[in-house]
Design a protein around this ligand. Structure first.
Ligand code: FDA
Length: 416
């Protein structure tokens, strides 16, 4: 297939879904991916069970679950292809799934079921008069745009993209870029999409790792490193004023810093050099509890704290101040108040993140102002489309990134 109706670069979540949908609209689709295995990120997602969407998604209020310079950009695509639409697709394929917390939907068995579904949808294209051919692994060397003279009022129907790949040279009127974000390069992530956008003078929003662990260096962290593996529910926040973001999730101590859902969520909003604030005993008035304990108990403060916090954390925490290493009834009121504040308003400044090697997503990407929110086509470059994570639309943890991949792919496929 050397003159397909559409070439899609990137056979991940968005690329496969777009290929299947375009193929089922009767188009001849060529899907190209440079990595040897198909949809590897889907395979490792959600701990191997793919958190493929979220029931709580509200397309009318996308800023609640998505980060973008224009938080309203994703509204149109998300409203037209909903979590319910994707759930119906799974049901049609007989794939069982279940809800975890906060509307997160996972495959019962394995993320491989989801990959098989996407491949089966591609294979169904001939029944609709279309075709999906996949070249994988296949590297793209360069892309040229040939603007045909006399293309008139509809340049996209006459102009073409010439794709030089290591298998052959392909010419197509429509090129869809679905090369994803920068995270986890060892399974195929690359900056191809951003480079291609810049080649066509399309602006990109600066990128940074998102949904990623935060790291701390220096002696300050040594005391906490011993807590690696410990998890507890917390409230976590960063930013000030209207930019302040807050999450109520589980925190995990690691050897190098903090992780777990709470930290992954806040990391997408965290700005280098600024602190994060953590309440290690959310929903509790710890100062009042400690005052009450002082009047009724002679036990050590750490043992008292263990009524509300993991014992390991309580023991490590009191080592931070000599005034906290004594029986609670002998502690000064001021020391107990300071202890409560230190636990409920723990303010620390990360030195960095675990980086793209460990991040689940990339924040930033192709600037949404360059794209149509209806079709994902570049406004100034007819026939060129960007879908999925390569676009400056980043979802929260919880299936939102896959839902954006499905929805942006559907919006694009329906416009091809
Ligand atoms: P995706 O990354 O899926 O696909 C991009 C494809 O492009 C890849 O196949 C890659 O090989 C290919 N490619 C890149 N450069 C290329 C080039 N130069 N030439 C040719 N091909 C190229 N999200 C969620 O909603 N629920 C979840 O449970 C998880 N879990 C999760 C776990 C982990 C460990 C990670 C790293 C990520 C997640 N995510 C997630 C995020 C989710 O995987 C991600 O947002 C989507 O896969 C994005 O879909 P795309 O199709 O845009 O990119």
């Amino acid at each position: 297939m050397q003159r397909p109706d559409v070439v899609i670069i990137g056979a991940g979540a968005a690329g496969l879904f777009c290929a299947a949908r375009a193929g089922q609209r009767g188009l001849r689709v060529l899907l190209i991916d440079h990595f040897a295995r198909v949809a590897e990120k889907v395979r490792i997602s959600g701990g191997g069970r793919a958190n493929f969407t979220n029931r709580a998604l509200d397309p009318a209020a996308p800023q609640r679950h998505f980060i973008s310079h224009n938080p309203h950009f994703c509204r149109s695509a998300l409203a037209r292809f909903t979590p319910q639409d994707f759930m119906a697709l799974l049901t049609r394929h007989g794939i069982a799934f279940h809800e975890k917390h906060k509307g997160q939907l996972f495959c019962d068995r394995s993320a491989q079921d989801l990959i098989d579904l996407l491949l089966a949808e591609c294979a169904a294209a001939p029944a609709f008069g279309g075709q999906v051919e996949r070249w994988q692994p296949c590297a793209v060397d360069r892309v040229e745009f040939q603007a045909k003279s006399g293309s008139g009022a509809c340049p996209s129907s006459a102009s073409s993209y010439v794709i030089h790949s290591d298998r052959s040279v392909i010419e197509t009127p429509a090129l869809v870029v679905a090369t994803g974000g920068l995270s986890v390069p060892k399974i195929g992530a690359s900056d191809f999409g951003l480079r291609l956008a810049r080649q066509f003078d399309l602006k990109c929003v600066d990128t940074r790792p998102g949904l990623v662990g935060l790291t701390f260096d220096g002696d300050g962290w040594a005391a906490f490193a011993a807590l690696a593996g410990l998890a507890l529910p917390v409230e976590i926040a960063t930013g000030t004023g209207r930019q302040r973001m807050r999450f109520h999730e589980d925190l995990l101590f690691t050897h190098r810093g903090l992780s777990g859902p709470a930290v992954l969520q806040i990391s997408s909003y965290w700005q280098p050099g600024t602190p994060i604030e953590i309440d290690l005993a959310p929903g509790l008035d710890l100062a009042a509890e400690l005052r009450a304990a002082k009047s009724r108990s002679r036990r050590g403060i750490a043992r008292e704290l263990a009524a509300w916090l993991p014992a390991r954390l309580a023991e490590a925490w009191v080592l931070r101040d000599a005034a906290w290493q004594r029986p609670v009834n002998e502690a000064a009121d001021k020391a107990l108040a300071q202890l409560a504040a230190s636990l409920q308003r723990w303010s620390i400044t990360p030195s960095g993140t675990e980086g793209y090697r460990k991040a689940e997503v990339t924040v930033g990407g192709v600037d949404t102002r360059e794209l149509s929110s209806q079709t994902l086509e570049a406004r100034r470059q007819p026939g060129l489309y960007f879908i999925g994570e390569v676009v400056d639309v980043t979802g929260w943890l919880g299936g939102y990134n896959f839902q954006w991949a499905w929805a942006s792919a559907a919006a694009c496929a329906d416009a091809l």
